[in-house]
Write a protein that binds this ligand. Structure first.
Ligand code: C2E
Ligand code: MG
Ligand code: MG
Ligand code: MG
Length: 272
């Protein structure tokens, strides 16, 4: 009986692996072929300053819709793009498109609005990254501080130590860096002051009241602002959360409550 059971598990495992490998190979082939301008889009989610009620920034979030595969979530796309080396081409497209769209969003929303783009840690191995980004910015008559690059804390901690790290070059050129998903990686408080980021984005998991309480959120807020960084919290879904966080001091907020990620056309239609 046990042997039979074992065999069944093995077969299931094998089938599962096969499916997974098939999906990866299918996705990477499609990714290589995908016409970036047709299959990929960026959705922009507002980041709001609740003390003024104004949109201060947008985060660009990748969407891939493929005829055969349907909608593929960004985390899967990014992982496969990293594994296949297609990430550079893909995220160069993301940077280009997001910066181009920022010009339009400045007209539609307010001239002060900025853009945040997520980048894979692999880019930090590219010593020409900052220069390339500066070129795209200047081509669009934008300034370095119009752009924030979001990097996860794990990536940043691994990268910051060498004197000539691309992260430092980015920051020295005036492009802002923010620490994404703070609290899900090393969460190492000891490292936080060594990362010259301008903003810390607190992960939405901290809003799960079964795991964390108000005191935790208060401490994080105080820590980040004491280190002279902006403190932004993501994943706000309700008025109640927004109010509680505001009372602590979290004026920079992002989440479905303030606005879901939407294609640029949405901002043309809705007069903000
Ligand atoms: P992230 O950078 O932490 O982005 C925030 C994610 O939370 C987004 O998921 C967003 O849609 C979602 N979100 C925003 N507000 C709420 C809310 O109120 N409730 C909940 N439950 N979720 C909310 P999305 O768009 O699926 O992106 C997932 C992740 O994929 C991103 O997490 C980011 O790490 C990655 N990603 C997306 N686009 C890119 C890209 O162009 N390059 C790279 N390297 N990564 C990207
Ligand atoms: Mg992000
Ligand atoms: Mg995040
Ligand atoms: Mg994330």
């Amino acid at each position: 009986q046990a042997k039979k059971q074992g065999k069944k598990c093995w077969v299931e495992y094998q089938n599962g692996m096969e499916l997974k490998l098939k999906r990866i190979s299918h996705l990477s082939q499609n990714l290589a072929l995908a016409d970036k301008n047709e299959e990929f889009t960026l959705h922009y989610q507002p980041i709001v300053d609740v003390s003024s009620g104004r949109i201060v920034s947008f985060e660009a979030l990748l969407r891939w819709s493929n005829e055969e595969l349907g909608e593929v979530g960004p985390e899967e796309v990014i992982r496969i793009a990293e594994e296949t080396g297609l990430i550079y081409e893909l995220e160069d497209w993301v940077l280009d498109r997001a910066i181009c769209d920022l010009v339009k969003l400045k007209e539609l929303v307010t001239p002060d609005v900025t853009m945040a783009v997520n980048l894979s840690g692999l880019h930090l191995l590219d010593i020409n990254l900052a220069e390339r980004i500066l070129q795209i910015l200047s081509k669009n008559s934008l300034k370095p501080h119009d752009l924030t690059i979001e990097l996860t804390e794990t990536v940043l901690v691994c990268n910051i130590n060498s004197e000539s790290s691309p992260t430092r070059t980015l920051i020295e050129s005036g492009i802002k860096v923010s620490i994404d998903d703070f609290g899900t990686g090393y969460s190492s408080l000891a490292y936080l002051h060594t990362i010259p980021a301008s903003t810390v984005k607190i992960d939405k998991s901290f809003l799960d009241s079964t795991k964390y309480n108000t005191t935790t959120l208060e401490c994080i807020y105080r820590l980040v602002t004491t280190l002279n960084m902006d403190c932004l919290i993501e994943g706000i879904e309700t008025q109640q959360q927004a109010d509680l966080l505001r009372s602590i001091g979290y004026n920079l907020q992002q989440g479905y409550f303030h606005g879901k990620p939407k294609p640029i056309e949405y901002y043309h239609k809705s007069k903000i």
